[in-house]
Design a protein around this ligand. Structure first.
Ligand code: GLC
Length: 636
């Protein structure tokens, strides 16, 4: 009897250990990224949910049709309700607003249209009470031409003479020409003749945005002091604007600048794309400058770590260097714009998988990924990638490892608003003409935030807002979406909650796979914890997937944790991992029904389902109990 019970026990043990021994864990595909190095508690920004506020369009508190700081302070509880960690504000500094604040006249003063320094301090206080962080926009490349520094530079004052990039130009056949063929991002020559100084100045953006001369140590120190000024006021860090443009090549021995070569595929000589920008962007000195800015942040050792988010659309090898190198730290989060630049509404699951892998596999060991879907310079997600893909994309950026970055209104599914040529205010478009302006205008993604179905969408009570309110505001607004359980807004909140509470989402490894041309799967897993799978059906067909075929270690059933608005499934439903049908454009987040214990044999991971181990242990306990009873019986 005793022998047969032992045999039974052995059989049971084999039943659990056998499959585990025969199945390596996990599959070492190229699409698996081991982020083991982050297995300790993450820092606040490493799994942060970042939210960009475009202050002109967030909330107007004084009825002038333009958003302001008091409006932001009043609505910070909304960001708290979403689960936001930190919000970065597009520039709030004194400015003639030629580029809506990206042309700064005084870097340490608040623009009156946005409020006062005490409004800013109140905002900081409110944020602190809500345990939310404020990040400012640092615009280092240029100032406004109305900045005092520029005026003094024009006047040739010794201290400011070389604060900007000035040049006498080159003489061609007896006539004076700009110093080089360089182009402005906003069209036409990047050089502007200044009648008073009788020299050209460089402006990589608008004429009203002269480039600061970073080869002048005084400029470098002045701009570092700008950082120190705001850091001392308690900001959590900066988004650095137009990073690649900070340095240009130095003039040659004869004091001349070299021309940039042409791009054959652009025929409009005023278009920025006409040239290859080999001398005006991503110069090695720019990388070193970012590392120095990081060192300035690190001077502030009180409280939580201060961070840099770097805006750069450069090639990936260069972007990665902004993280830092072996000897210097750089930006904690150089923005990952790949989901903007490489994904279109035609992209299939393979394209998505490759784009995600591209960032993860280029990222140096020990760094943190981030996922940006939109900003004030880009067509909105719903318009660019599809209004019926809003939940899907929010699921993607919040379940991938690292930080997620959301532009205001994307949590509601706001879409671009068509603005006529007459009503267009963005200089990037105004510098063109009525037939091409739509390709350049950023107004469509900058319209006022939609708070409610009231007049002006609850944004303002002005008779005219600075940009028109979207036509769909009665359906797409915070009040409305709060009431609909499956709205984009509520799904977004649930996503951030999952990111905040689940260790697997914060620290787990990742495997990304295209299960077919249409279905993308992101698996997040971690020892002794639940495994999550985010499934996105990108297109309009019905898709049936077998998760067990693609992933080696899922439980036979998985639990539905979150669904997109168009799904018919309910949270907590159980699905069969080997056969699961997805509706057109449906996306789901699934969770394993058991956690796993992982161990190593000959250097390979193996897994045991924790539930299985418990069952075996329970059986051993029962058996021992049974033996004891037998022994007791015998004694009696
Ligand atoms: C950045 C900003 C953009 C601005 C430009 C010049 O790209 O995001 O809005 O126009 O820099 O400062």
């Amino acid at each position: 009897m005793l022998i047969s019970v032992r045999a039974l026990l052995m059989l049971l043990l084999l039943q659990y250990i056998g499959p585990a021994l025969s199945q390596p864990y996990p599959n070492y595909h190229a699409d698996f990224v081991d982020i083991d190095h982050r297995r300790t508690e993450p820092k606040w920004w490493q799994t942060g949910a970042f939210y960009q506020i475009y202050p002109r369009s967030f909330k107007d508190s004084n009825g002038d049709g333009v958003g302001d700081l008091n409006g932001i302070a009043d609505r910070l509880p909304y960001l708290k309700e979403l689960g936001i960690t930190a919000t970065w504000l597009s520039p709030i500094f004194s400015s003639p607003m030629a580029d809506f604040g990206y042309d700064i006249a005084n870097f340490t003063e608040i623009a009156p249209i946005f409020g006062t320094m005490s409004d800013f301090e109140r905002l900081m206080k409110t944020a602190k009470q809500l345990d939310m962080k404020i990040i400012l926009d640092f615009v280092p490349n240029h100032s406004s031409d109305e900045c005092d520094w520029f005026k003094r530079s024009v006047a040739g004052e010794a201290e400011y003479k070389d604060f900007y990039v000035w040049h006498a130009g080159r003489m061609v056949n007896g006539t004076r020409q700009p110093p080089s063929n360089w182009l402005s991002v906003f069209r036409g020559s990047a050089w502007e003749w200044h009648e008073t100084r009788k020299e050209y100045y460089l402006h990589q953006f608008l004429k009203k945005q002269p480039d600061l001369n970073y080869r002048n140590p005084k400029v470098r120190e002045t701009m570092k002091n700008v950082l120190r000024f705001w850091l001392a006021k308690g900001v959590a860090g900066f988004r650095i604007d137009a990073v690649p443009s900070v340095f240009e090549i130095a003039p040659d021995a004869a004091g001349q600048y070299r021309d940039e070569p042409r791009n054959d595929w652009v025929n409009d000589p005023d278009d920025y794309g006409y040239l290859q920008h080999i001398y005006t962007v991503d110069q090695p000195e720019t990388l070193a400058m970012v590392y120095e800015w990081r060192a300035v942040l690190d001077e502030f050792k009180d409280g939580d770590e201060r961070i840099l988010l770097a805006e750069t659309y450069s090639p990936i090898d260069i972007v990665m260097q902004y993280y830092g190198n072996a000897t210097a730290e750089g930006a904690q989060l150089p923005f990952n714009f790949l989901l903007i630049t490489e994904i279109s509404n035609k992209s299939n699951a393979v394209d998505y998988a490759q784009t995600i892998q591209k960032w993860l596999q280029h990222m140096p060991q020990g760094r943190t990924a981030n996922w940006v879907l939109g900003n004030h310079d880009q067509s909105r997600v719903g318009s660019r990638l599809g209004a019926d893909r809003v939940d899907m994309l929010n699921m993607l950026i919040t379940t991938l490892p690292g930080a997620s970055v959301t532009y205001q209104g994307e949590e509601l599914g706001m879409t671009d608003v068509w603005i006529s040529w007459k009503d267009t205010v963005d200089p990037s478009a105004c510098n063109t003409n009525a037939s091409i302006y739509e390709h350049f205008s950023r107004d469509p993604e900058r319209t006022p935030f939609q708070w409610s179905g009231d007049a002006d969408a609850g944004f303002s009570n002005a008779s005219k807002t600075w940009l028109p309110i979207a036509g769909d505001y009665k359906q797409v607004n915070v009040d409305q979406e709060r009431q609909q359980p499956q709205s984009h807004l509520n799904i977004y909140k649930d996503l951030l909650q999952l990111k905040r509470t689940e260790k697997t989402m914060q620290l787990g490894n990742i495997e990304v796979k295209a299960l077919s041309g249409a279905v993308l799967a992101v698996k997040r897993f971690r020892e002794n914890d639940f495994t999550y799978v985010t499934l996105l059906n990108i297109f309009d067909g019905f898709e049936t997937v077998n998760l067990n075929q693609s992933f080696s270690d899922l439980t036979a059933q998985m639990k539905v944790v979150l669904v997109s608005g168009n799904s018919k499934r309910k949270v907590d439903d159980l699905i069969d991992s080997s056969s699961l049908q997805l509706l057109p454009k449906e996306s789901l987040i699934l969770r394993s029904t058991s956690t796993y214990y992982t161990y190593y044999v000959n250097g390979e991971h193996r897994k045991l389902p924790v539930l299985g181990i418990y069952l075996v242990l329970a059986q051993v306990a029962l058996y021992l109990n049974y033996c004891q009873v037998l022994a007791l019986n015998r004694r009696w």
